[in-house]
Design a protein. Structure first.
Length: 139
């Protein structure tokens, strides 16, 4: 996903609960560039929540992480939840359907990130998905 975003001209940032190195599932090393506290979600055009059950369980207990994802949703920005990360959306109270019951094109949940990348990039190009906006916010 990161490489696809770079190839399309985006500037992805790795945001985490703390700065430093993390090991990806393919054993590569990733560097968290900014923390959830220092980089609120309103600064970003979209969010990808990667797949990792233990990480998702930890994030679901972290108020900063929950607020980050909820604010992305409230600001009608695209969200890509890969694999187990859909559980984080549930913990945030985020429904992948619009208020009218139709699928939210800005909330993409998938087991396979490679098949969802193109749709996520299209969702980012739209910038905001105002059909989900409600007053007061649902989450």
């Amino acid at each position: 996903i990161y490489t696809s975003l770079l190839d399309d001209g985006a500037v992805p940032r790795l945001v985490g609960t703390q700065l430093g190195k993390i090991q990806a599932s393919d054993k590569s090393v990733l560097y968290v560039e900014i923390t959830l506290e220092a980089g609120p979600s309103v600064l970003y055009d979209a969010v990808v929540v990667p797949d990792a059950e233990a990480a998702v369980a930890s994030l679901a207990r972290d108020a900063h992480a929950l607020d980050f994802v909820r604010e992305q949703y409230r600001h009608c920005k695209p969200i890509l939840a890969v694999g187990a990360s859909d559980q984080l959306l549930t913990a945030c109270g985020i429904d992948p359907a619009l208020p009218d019951g139709q699928p939210d094109p800005g909330v993409i949940t998938t087991a396979d990130a490679t098949t969802a990348t193109e749709g996520f990039i299209a969702a980012i190009a739209k910038h905001r998905h105002y059909a989900r906006e409600t007053d007061p916010p649902r989450v």
